[in-house]
Write a protein that binds this ligand. Structure first.
Ligand SMILES: [Zn+2]
Length: 316
């Protein structure tokens, strides 16, 4: 059995095929054709799949789709996405009609989490949380080796768990206040950097920001040069990430937490603080037991979607 994995984002569509062992046979990436109608978009995807089917002489396949938006995994429908133009897009039924292959769809963060679980940690732990750290904070939950998606497919929206004041706390990308993302999302790290630069115009951070526009790597470069404000921003990041993770550990009691996404690259500067916050918790056992790990795999979303489709197929 061959599995297609498709990761649909606002900018790019990434596509892979894997065999039953999860080995990647072919991969490609194209610009998301946002100018197309929903019907033509599904046809566009099906044409790509059918071309690969011919080239690779595929006879039996399944399709898994991860999509950056609010997705009904049971019906295979994208309900809504902030960066994708199609609403109520019937992905799985559309692809099944056009390709003849059984299809599955879910939120992209869930698919990435499943990819990390299967491909990167090779199912070594059975209860795992994956947190994606970037502009948006996403996640996925694996319980007893299976992706847990909740009643409406919304489980794992870790960026919007409340860790601050919902009236006066930091504002989040979703419009609410007090969400985790409002504290550790890159937009807030950018805001903190601008504030630090304003207070000390001669710092390493200030000089770096004169040369290039803000990105999280700047915070790591400045921290490496022992820039005080950059080190403080990483400490702040660790504090709020630690609050979020402590809540998740007490809720799920996982064996492992995997951090992925661009901001995880600053782990050298936030991990020691994060570990000490987790160590300070009073209910010791779940915190002592959990492994906090870093994901090293990029573009795991499409592979995760392909592996998810295979595992769903095996369930049936
Ligand atoms: Zn939010």
């Amino acid at each position: 059995m061959i599995s297609f994995g498709i990761d649909i984002g606002g900018t790019f569509v990434k596509m892979v095929t894997v065999n039953a062992q999860g080995k990647i046979l072919r991969q490609d990436k194209f610009k998301t054709p946002t100018h197309l109608s929903s019907k033509d978009f599904l046809k566009f995807l099906a044409d790509k799949i059918n071309t690969w089917v011919q080239k690779l002489k595929i006879k039996k396949a399944v399709i898994g789709v991860g999509i950056a938006g609010d997705t009904d995994h049971k019906k295979g429908i994208l309900r809504f996405a902030p960066n994708i133009p199609w609403k109520n897009l019937k992905i799985t039924s559309g692809l099944e009609n056009l390709t003849g292959f059984k299809s599955f769809a879910s939120n992209d963060a869930n698919m990435a989490a499943f990819g990390v679980y299967k491909k990167e940690i090779k199912s070594k732990y059975k209860n795992v949380l994956v947190l994606t750290l970037g502009t948006g904070i996403g996640g996925g939950i694996i319980i007893d080796g299976k992706l847990y998606q909740g009643a409406t497919g919304t489980a794992g929206e870790f960026g919007h768990i409340k860790i601050g004041d919902t009236q006066k706390g930091n504002i989040c990308g979703c419009g609410a206040r007090g969400c985790l993302e409002g504290y550790i999302g890159t937009n807030n790290l950018h805001r903190l950097t601008l504030k630090a630069v304003k207070e000390n115009k001669e710092s390493v951070l200030s000089l770096l920001l004169k040369k290039e526009s803000f990105n999280v790597k700047i915070l790591s470069i400045a921290a490496k040069q022992k820039d005080k404000s950059a080190l403080l921003i990483w400490e702040y990041f660790a504090l709020y990430l630690g609050l979020g993770i402590a809540n998740l550990i007490l809720s799920f009691n996982p064996e492992a937490i995997v951090l992925s996404g661009g901001v995880a690259g600053g782990s050298k500067y936030f991990m020691p603080h994060l570990k000490s916050i987790l160590k300070e918790q009073k209910i010791k056992e779940p915190f002592r037991n959990v492994k906090v790990m870093l994901s090293k795999m990029k573009d795991i979303g499409a592979v995760g979607a392909a592996l998810y489709a295979l595992s769903e197929m095996n369930e049936k």
